[in-house]
Design a binder for this molecule. Sequence first.
Ligand code: ZN
Length: 84
Amino acid sequence: MGKFCQSCGMPLKKDPQGGGTEVDGARSTTYCSYCYDKGTFLHPDATLREFQAECVKAMQRDGLPKPLAWLFTRGMPQLGRWKT
Ligand SMILES: [Zn+2]
């Protein structure tokens, strides 16, 4: 897959862990460590809207202005996890 997390859209190279992990501990090249750990999603029951709100909050904690954080989540419906 691409070099962006297919759940939140973060560039995988910006992930301090370099990506999430599969069940066997292998590095995921699809999802980041904030979304995916040991083969499961960390927010398994979240809807897209809830997850977007979570991501905006997380980015604000990192010091990003809310409008910019909001903008970054707009592409999420196109990502692998949410596309139907
Ligand atoms: Zn992610």
